[in-house]
Design a protein around this ligand. Structure first.
Ligand SMILES: O=C[C@H](O)[C@H](O)[C@H](O)COP(=O)(O)O
Length: 224
């Protein structure tokens, strides 16, 4: 069973006619986007969408999903996106695919954030994998040193030996903090550092996580 597909396709049920939605990035939400593309093609639903990456923009265009920008709408009804890790409080780590900055901006402009993931993303404490932090290329070495001072090992993300460059023209540092005891505090601390654009910590942003497990689909919702 493809658990990413199971979770990704389920999320389409939350999209209703006339919505303006945010489309996340990654292999799980791609299933949502493909399913949505079918509905749009069959004229079963009319929506507008803002993509969180070039990659998602290409896919949505290929599928005929109408795209808009924040110039047309500054408020979104719903965003559906993937995650690299989530805990039972629905705190997330995102950004392994490099789209964290736009993903956070789109999520923050949305009335609701639905995460789609397979069960391997569920953790007791976030920090199992390095935390992606997007930084301005200028003086990135200095920024990395400052982040290192917070007790972690930052590694510049590279592709074929060259620094990975995000859609925003920035670099990404993958930072091994180990398990993060207080994600909200860490987020505030990192964001104060000069050179940091944003972090992959998404704290108190997700409303719902749809999880594909080998037995069934599980839905976790924010406790109010
Ligand atoms: O930058 C990438 C995003 O945060 C993705 O949503 C995240 O990495 C999850 O991707 P996937 O569904 O491919 O595991």
């Amino acid at each position: 069973m493809n658990l990413k597909k199971l979770a990704g396709e389920k999320a389409v049920e939350f999209i209703t006619d006339g919505m303006t939605i945010g489309l996340g990035t990654g292999s799980t939400v791609n299933w949502t986007i493909r399913k949505l593309g079918e509905l749009v093609k069959q004229r079963e639903i009319q929506i507008r969408a803002i993509p969180t990456s070039q990659q998602t923009s290409y896919l949505a265009n290929e599928l005929g999903i109408p795209l808009v920008t924040f110039a047309q709408s500054t408020e979104l009804d719903l965003t559906i996106d993937g995650a690299d890790e989530f805990n039972s409080s629905l705190d997330l780590i995102k950004g392994r695919g490099g789209a964290l900055v736009r993903e956070k901006l789109v999520a923050a402009a949305s009335n609701r954030l639905i995460i789609v993931a397979d069960e391997s993303k569920s953790v007791e404490k976030i920090g199992k994998f390095p935390l992606p932090i997007e930084v301005v290329p200028f003086a990135w070495e200095v920024t990395a040193k400052r982040i290192e001072g917070l007790n972690c090992v930052p590694t510049l993300r590279r592709v074929n030996g060259c620094p990975y460059v995000s859609d925003n023209g920035n670099y990404i540092l993958d930072c091994s903090f180990g398990y993060i005891e207080n994600p909200a505090k860490l987020e505030r601390t990192i964001k104060l550092l000069p050179g940091v654009v944003d972090t992959g910590l998404f704290i108190s942003m997700a409303d719902t996580v749809i999880i594909g497990t080998s037995n069934e689909l599980k839905v976790l919702s924010k406790k109010n």
